[in-house]
Write a protein that binds this ligand. Sequence first.
Ligand code: SF4
Length: 119
Amino acid sequence: MNDEVVSKLKFKCVRCGDCCKWHGYVKVSESEAEAIAQFIGMDTADFYENMLMPGDEGESVSLTENDDGSCPFYSDSPQGCRIYEVRPSQCMSYPLEWRNPDKRCPGLENVNEPGQTNG
Ligand code: SF4
């Protein structure tokens, strides 16, 4: 079994927020932007103007970030994503498809039962 498969079997989110609290682009598609705007009760045009910025490649757009690089939708209290139900697919795929190169996700250490995931 390769490392990636083992990680998928052993990941369980511990809601530390590490993946949401560092600088980086969080790509948002058009349909995701509409869903998030609707979820937070914001006009889509206002959402584009206030919550999105140019992404790292071509025509993509990304969520804005706070001065410390954290995501504006991450909450320390209670800990977690305030738009969890409609979070971008990039967020859903962490840490199984991409990872912070400088920090190991503690959810990958939190092994309870094989096959248990939370994402
Ligand atoms: S949208 Fe939610 S899951 Fe994605 S980086 Fe922001 S707080 Fe984290």
